[in-house]
Design a protein around this ligand. Sequence first.
Ligand code: ADP
Ligand code: MG
Length: 693
Amino acid sequence: MAKHLAKTEKPKKKAVIDLKEREIKIPEGKRKKRANAHAPKQEDTFQTAMLNKTLDRKFSLYELALAFLALLLLVVAWFLPTSGPVRLLTFLVPLLLAGFTYLFEAFQEAFMGIVLGRELIFSLASLLAFCAGSYAGGAAVMVFVKLSDLALAYVERIQSEKVSALYALRAEKANLVKGSDVSVIRASELKAGDVFEVYAGETVPADGVILDGTSVLDASSLVGGSFSIPVAAGSTAVSGSVNITAPVRIRATDDQQNSTCSTLIRAAENSWMHKSSQERLIQRVISYASPILVIAALALAIAPSITTGNWQMWFTRSAVVLTASQLYSIVQSVKLTYDCAAAYAAARGLIFKGHDAIEALSRAETIVFDKTGTVTEGRYRIKDVFPKGVSESQLLFLAGAAELNSRHPIAQALVTASGVYASDIKVVSIEETPGRGVCAFIDGRNVYVGNAALMEEHGISYDNPSVPGSAIHVSIDNRYVGHIILDDAVREGAFDALEELRISGVKTSVLLTGDVHSSARKIASVLNFDLVKAELTPEEKEKAVEYLMTNRNVNTTLAFVGDGICDTEVLRRATVGIALGCLDKPEAMEAADIAILGENIHMLPKAYQIVQRASRAAFRSAVVFGAVKLAVLIFGAAGVFPLTFSALLQCALVAFEAFSAYYVLNYEEGTPKPRIKWRKGRSHNERSDENFI
Ligand code: ADP
Ligand code: MG
């Protein structure tokens, strides 16, 4: 408890950093390009090739039975009172049973000139031990390598099965409409612009817009929790959701390959391509260490043998060093831990686009939130209407008409309230200024609908609202015609989600919004934000995030959580961009490093806990592995650890690590309810606004 106290109180000091007058220029070239950042790097060094090769080893019950039979025969041979060539033969049997494929691959490697091949090194260790008369050790190397490979392959299989379960989301077929004909085609053949029908019970094959029909789409399997979307003409249809009630006709907005469903399957499958810095470091260390250790092992076999003449002893010790020189299982188990976290998350509608994103989120101490649609529901309600020189319904009609094309939650509320349809009016052009509002040319008249900043930008004098809430002003041909006050509610569960994040280690929570100070302060005080900044344009939000990123503590990161409306650039910019509720927002999904498909904000602390668990497991894995390998090297070379014991120890270690990755994959649901509630209702005064930027 004391630890949590310390964690939550610290950031208050940070709030007084004077950021005023600071102008942070974001150089164009520095902007993070997620598309490129996630492009697989060509790291196909020899080590990577070898790593991928060993991962190809598949788990099967047959292989497992073979390995256990070999183990049994090894134990029997150990206790049999044999000697000389008979003893050699009794150990040769388990060696061949377990190591036949390794020996075969070693030949292939030798033939291809891959002198540092994993199989070749293990075979060499076995051979050296046999030459030195340590038959048990030679056979143990192969048996235990096989068992440890199977342990890794087993967990890997379960992990990939979880990812493969996502394939079920993808529709196989589509009912393509051509004129009056409907033909069944493969879903993968669907292209942008194609019109198709989805009948009740069928899965939507590609993202699109409903042309005809009214139904309910069930996206529960996508988001990992119950989620139904009522749809009618004009609504968005998300691929992977299931049509529940009646047939609908849809026009595809993109090719099937780029659909939400395909994108998320690809992201879950390819998260391993974007390695964490930890993995890259381990891989680099290994690429130097392994060859050096192999050379050292060979030197150990040759030099002392010549000088002392006791070649049997040095050959055996060299074999121990050779087994310890193979460090790929470290990379494999770290990779597997991250993969398991990604697979676990994918099944819950949580997409980690890379191991780098998992690692970065686990180190996040500052989390910056967008307000509208992120910590609030993003479903505005009209609270009051203040017309000036026009009637109330005229004011609402104008606002609704101008907002027809906008996806902003305010726009949606205004359109609904006005009851206007696209067919009712002749809109020539609509231009949206993010963080300000819209400018529309309706029936030959210029209409501005937006906040005070928009009015000021166009030199239109406006009335100061007398009612609290988000005020949207309206002008027609530069004549002010009144304002509308809207209100948005805090998202259900947002308070608990934020408290859970704090309990889990988030030290500073920041609220950024384009909305007015009064609304921002109200939300900030309800949710206990440490810092709040209102009336920001999307560019200013970027600058704020950039500032916090440059002023963060060493070894910590900053995460930004947004809903993808007017904040995709900020999502790209932050070390970790998290898009919440991005099921029907492909741009947000593309820009973010972590995508939460559903609207449930509780998935945020859940994601934070998963990544922390994964990176702790990965770190522990790497450290324990490194320590054990080092011990085997030192004590093996010194003759303290016999070959059989070293092989057994390394196998036990790999098995332990594989199952700790499995533990991450089976992370226990139902995190405890936050216990700290005393911060509720802290008042946010003007100071906390002014001190930030
Ligand atoms: P937030 O930062 O809270 O997510 P946005 O950046 O999306 O909010 O919008 C900030 C403000 O800009 C809104 O509160 C509103 O005043 C104004 N605004 C943005 N888009 C529109 C729009 N389409 N119509 C009217 N006002 C808008
Ligand atoms: Mg927003």
